[in-house]
Design a protein around this ligand. Structure first.
Ligand SMILES: Nc1ncnc2c1ncn2[C@@H]1O[C@H](COP(=O)(O)OP(=O)(O)OP(=O)(O)O)[C@@H](O)[C@H]1O
Ligand SMILES: [Mg+2]
Length: 397
């Protein structure tokens, strides 16, 4: 017979959370970390016991693990008012817990960005625009000069939109909220629009912060006729938050970056909140060369005619992602040729493997040939024309 353990586990989790708050309140960091570890362990057990909610519990467990490792700070609670009794107190405690729960979920979207501007090949104008945006937000300035609050990045798939958002956060050491539409709208999060408010509340507390909304079109198509109330509410909450932020001067940097492949799907209400609309183009010849250099760091590419390969990437309408794939394929070709019996080493213990070296040689044109033939860009000339047209009508001048 299967025994349902979730009830006792929940009780234990609530107790550990309470103990954690007591330790945090008393300034006992080590004690609080231990309690955070207990919370994570209990959430792992809950995940095992409730397969249908496994993902949600695991995300929460990860969040507590990060608190226990000091990577993120615990959610701040409203101070309890001593001496107040019964229903008001109970109500405050309940709404405080809800708020904390939402903040916890929002903070689960924080990701650490190791990306720097130097990891991006080409896109010089886009990089400059983004750097300016970030610098203006940070500098002291007259009150009437308001920094940009929302920037829309649009362009074909794989051109580096996510990379740019990550570099903006990484270079600034800003808190980076990586928000995916499907996560926001997923069942687990339930109260999606509350989550958006929680997200911005958390971002204000952890500023400088960058909120990156990927696949933004799928959130905004929510305004179509066939979409549910919940999704419509999510979008209006985002718009309200973007409006509201204009006036909150205390926040030093809270930038919302939205990315989309289909900017023409965004309606005017949405576009008006993103006055800066930046076209992230396919890489030109120089940028293709830069991306290959970044990708092949540590390998000898001195024998390649990089400008010839870069020219082929341009005529194939390759995105940065396509070029990365070409480079990986070429590297594999070289490794396979130099290490023909690689698979025979699979029986060796890992410690033995660590003592041996993979054989490498300078990359040759022939390593690239197959890859360049195989990888096809999904972007057509018509697509590019569509982007150009939209850019000239609505984009950054
Ligand atoms: N300009 C670039 N410089 C260096 N690497 C790049 C560049 N553009 C793309 N890449 C590589 O391609 C990968 C995919 O890029 P990224 O995820 O930023 O594209 P995207 O524009 O967000 O695509 P999508 O629209 O599909 O979300 C990156 O992780 C990186 O390895
Ligand atoms: Mg992306």
């Amino acid at each position: 017979m299967k025994v349902d353990l979730t009830g006792p586990l929940f009780d234990a989790l609530e107790k550990s959370k309470k103990d954690f708050r007591v330790e945090t309140g008393a300034g006992n960091t080590e004690g609080a970390k231990k309690k955070a570890r207990d919370c994570a362990a209990l959430l792992h057990q809950l995940a095992k016991n409730s397969p249908e909610q496994r993902q949600g519990y695991l995300e929460k467990a990860l969040h507590w693990e990060r608190i226990s490792e000091g990577e993120i700070s615990p959610p701040r609670r409203q101070k309890a008012v001593p001496g107040k009794v019964t229903s008001a107190k109970t109500h405050a405690a309940v709404s405080g817990d809800l708020e904390e729960e939402i903040l916890e979920k929002a903070e689960g979207m924080i990701s650490v960005s190791p990306v720097r501007w130097s990891d991006i090949g080409g896109l010089d104008t886009v990089k400059r625009l983004m750097m300016e945006t970030v610098v203006i937000a940070g500098l002291q300035k007259p009150e009437s000069i308001r920094p940009w609050k929302g920037v829309l990045l649009f362009g074909p798939p794989g051109t580096g939109k996510t990379l740019i958002a990550a570099a903006a956060a990484g270079s600034l050491n800003a808190t980076f909220y990586d928000v995916k539409a499907d996560r926001i709208l997923s069942k687990y999060f339930g109260e999606s629009s509350k989550l958006i408010s929680g997200l911005y509340e958390s971002a204000r507390r952890h500023s400088p912060a960058i909120v990156f909304m990927d696949e933004f079109d799928s959130l905004t198509q929510a305004r179509g006729e066939n979409t549910g109330e919940a999704t419509r509410k999510v979008l209006s909450t985002i718009l309200t938050e973007l409006d509201g932020l204009q006036d909150k001067k205390s926040v030093d940097l809270l930038l919302t970056l939205a990315a989309t492949n289909t900017p023409w799907d965004l309606d005017n209400a949405v576009l008006s909140r993103f006055p800066r609309r930046v076209y992230v183009t396919l890489p030109d010849k120089k940028a293709c060369g830069d991306i290959i250099r970044i990708q092949m760091e540590g390998l000898d590419i001195s024998r390649l005619k990089l400008d010839v390969i870069a020219g082929e990437c341009v005529s194939g309408r390759y995105s940065g992602r396509d070029i990365v794939n070409v480079c990986q394929q070429a590297t594999w070709n070289m490794i396979n040729e130099e290490n023909r019996d690689l698979h025979l080493l699979a029986d060796l213990p890992f410690d033995e493997l660590k003592k041996r070296c993979l054989k490498v040689r300078p990359l040759m044109r022939s390593d690239f040939t197959g890859a360049l033939e195989k990888i096809r860009s999904p972007v057509t000339e018509d697509d590019l024309e569509h982007y150009e047209q939209w850019n000239s009508e609505y984009g950054e001048s």
